[in-house]
Design a binder for this molecule. Structure first.
Ligand code: ZN
Length: 670
């Protein structure tokens, strides 16, 4: 394929999300007997704006350079007390941090430790452990939609507030899916809402340049479809949801392709509807109806014509649930998603992973196409915020945008000339992509400040900071070289993931996820060989080894900043699911792509070959804070876990006993 330089198989946030979990209880949080004295409730409103992944270092730098005119004064106002770096969770990444944001609990209690968890398998066949998507599960049903479960333990503060009588409006907060039934308020779920394929988000690329070999090895988060054209006509089947009662079979719709109309372009025909497109043109949202018997599953997607000449190439965005008729609820109440579409005046992306990072990472769309799509999505997000601000029925409004995170992941390579994927020509054109998104945040904050009343309180939150990701460490390979992990037949590496070639009878430790290491413990792992008494010594051995590890191919740099022992940092009701070690990498380093799903490739340190070039998922919580800005004075060292108690105290509601933080507002701190 012309712009498809490499085919990358897996991007970790883009796994099929089928998984189950039996350990996630949900219920109303108990209320503390000895909660701090509750102040009188405010008369004003509370507005929380979330911008995922905003780093205080970039914020400060661009504010100092005069590039963020509305945020800059907030950084210095009232002696600098309106701005604080915001302590993230360990590890500092979105599912973990937003779970703490919403529940007021630490990971040991809410049970989200990474995008990827490890499932212990007791059946005698197959591997004794498997990675699985740790945030949401989907259980197929004999009929009807799969049942989705948020694998986080705990009750979001907006539900507790709402049930206590505070009218809330919650828009696009990450990992708030399925939506929470509430007594007073509405919510539109954000990240966590799957596409109709029940995945995090899966794009489709259809092209005459796709061979069966390409199709068999799609990039992470994507499907590649060969297209055969004869006399200017072709057809492909666009797969959608699993057949109710017959998973993993999928329902599909047929798409006819005809080139030449309009001139130089093509026409896509779906059912009776025709969609003419010229090269570079993106369609409006197209209705896609997947039928099985009397069941209809409604999706919407956009089609981008990439080429319509000798080669024909079409990109299809991940298929969102139609907000007018979602197969399973994506909002509360169920019809709120449709009301949002009505207010916007058009359809909008409902899939939670709403920017096409996988397609850019898979190199089937380019930087310009990615940013164009991001602009459209973010315009819709602002319109949703605007519509909420224009209403007068809520007391607490929470709204989140994720573009600041996604653009940092994808464009860090263009602000670091040393990055393996640095490209001077692209840097000249797109080197300001991250700055532009910070400036969009700046404009959004200015707009919101304009609409606030004097007694309203604004909190601007990011869940973690960012780092440069140049090189990846093959953690399982390092464990093998230490004699702690053995491959079958004494092999020195394996091309397979999922720890499939591990000789468990001779393996003491293994790595899965972005930075997690587990002991192969007797009585816990099915084929465990390490006794509980020997585990602490082994953990210290691994910790010492990793912290001393240097990268001789890059000037002897230290690779690992710190290794946390799980039992020392993860306490609480879900600590049994926690990793035994959490590796926190130095700037420029992360767990390699292959390690995340249990790969043991050759070599120790590898160049990060992808456009996904900034990261934070396996960085040290101590040097990866997010930000907190306010129109009020803030306490000295706030953390993201403090936002839930802040909201409770703001409205004079009792703070649940399982909240570990305190209000971030200086006037309310004990
Ligand atoms: Zn991120």
């Amino acid at each position: 394929m012309t712009r498809h330089t490499r085919l990358w198989r897996i991007a970790f946030p883009c796994l099929v999300l089928f998984a189950g979990c039996g350990s996630c209880g949900q219920g109303r949080a108990p209320v503390a007997d000895a909660a701090p004295a509750t102040p009188a409730a405010h008369t004003g409103r509370l507005v929380i704006l979330g911008f995922d992944g905003v780093d205080p270092r970039w914020l400060r730098r661009w504010a100092d350079e005069g590039k963020l005119p509305h945020l800059a004064p907030m950084l210095t106002e009232a002696g600098g007390t309106h701005f604080r770096p915001l302590r993230s969770t360990n590890p500092p990444q979105s599912p973990v941090a937003w779970a703490s944001f919403s529940t007021g609990m630490n990971p040991g209690d809410h049970g989200i430790f990474d995008f990827i968890g490890r499932r212990l398998i007791s059946a005698p066949q197959g591997p004794p452990v498997l990675p699985f998507p740790a945030t949401t599960s989907f259980e197929p049903q004999p009929s009807g939609p799969p049942v989705a479960t948020n694998l986080r333990t705990g009750v979001p503060f907006w539900k507790t507030l709402s049930d206590g009588g505070v009218h809330v409006e919650v828009i696009n907060v990450p990992y708030s899916f399925p939506p929470d039934p509430m007594r007073n308020g509405v919510m539109l779920s954000g990240l966590g809402v799957p596409d109709v394929r029940e995945t995090n988000s899966t794009f489709v690329y259809v092209g005459t340049d796709i061979t069966p070999e390409h199709a068999a090895h799609p990039p992470g988060g994507g499907v590649l479809l060969p297209l055969r054209m004869e006399a200017g006509r072709g057809q492909f089947q666009l797969e959608g949801p699993t057949r109710p009662g017959h998973a993993p079979d999928r329902l599909s719709v047929s798409v006819d392709v005809r080139v030449g109309q309009p001139e130089g372009g093509l026409t896509l025909k779906i059912g009776q509807d025709e969609h003419p497109l010229t090269p570079g043109q993106m369609s409006d949202f197209v209705d896609l109806v997947f039928r099985e018997g009397t069941t209809e599953i409604h999706g919407i997607a956009q089609f981008l014509c990439l080429e319509a000449g000798a080669q024909v190439r079409v990109f299809v965005t991940p298929i969102s649930f139609d907000p007018r008729r979602p197969y399973s609820p994506i909002s509360y109440p169920n019809d709120y998603a449709a009301r949002v579409a009505q207010e916007l005046g058009h359809m909008y992306k409902t899939v939670g992973w709403d920017h096409d990072t996988s397609a850019l990472n898979g190199e089937v769309i380019d930087e310009g196409e990615f940013l164009r799509e991001m602009n459209a999505v973010e315009a819709d997000r602002r319109a949703m915020l605007d519509a909420a601000l224009g209403q007068d029925d809520w007391r607490m409004l929470a709204w989140v945008s994720t573009s600041t995170d996604r653009v940092s992941h994808m464009f860090y390579r263009l602000i670091d000339p040393e990055h393996p994927r640095y490209d001077a020509a692209l840097a000249a054109q797109y080197g300001d992509a991250i700055l532009n998104e910070y400036q969009r945040m700046d404009a959004t904050v200015a707009h919101v400040l304009d609409q606030l009343r004097p007694d309203d309180t604004l909190l601007i939150v990011s869940d973690h900071g960012f780092h440069d990701y140049r090189w990846g460490l093959h953690v399982n390979q390092w464990l093998r070289q230490q004699g702690l992990l053995t491959l079958r037949g004494g092999a020195e590496s394996s091309p397979r993931e999922f720890l499939l070639d591990v000789d468990w009878s001779q393996t003491k430790a293994y790595a899965l996820g972005t930075g997690q290491i587990y002991i192969n413990q007797r009585g816990r792992e099915r084929d465990g060989i390490v006794s509980a008494e020997d585990a602490p010594t082994l953990l210290q051995q691994i910790r010492t080894g990793l912290e001393a590890l240097t990268d001789e191919s890059h000037g002897g740099r230290s690779i690992v900043h710190h290794v946390y022992v799980g039992s020392e940092v993860f306490q609480g009701g879900r600590s049994g699911d926690a990793p035994d070690l959490q590796v926190a990498f130095e700037e420029y380093y992360r767990t390699s792509w292959e390690t995340i799903l249990g790969g043991v490739p050759a070599g120790l340190v590898a160049d990060n070959p992808r456009k996904w070039s900034g990261d934070h998922a396996a960085s040290d919580v101590r040097d990866t804070p997010g930000i907190l800005l306010s129109n009020r004075a803030l306490v000295a060292e706030p953390g993201i876990v403090d936002l839930a108690p802040t909201a409770m105290r703001f409205f004079g509601e009792p703070v649940p006993a399982n909240y570990v933080g305190q209000s971030v507002l200086a006037q309310e701190s004990p």
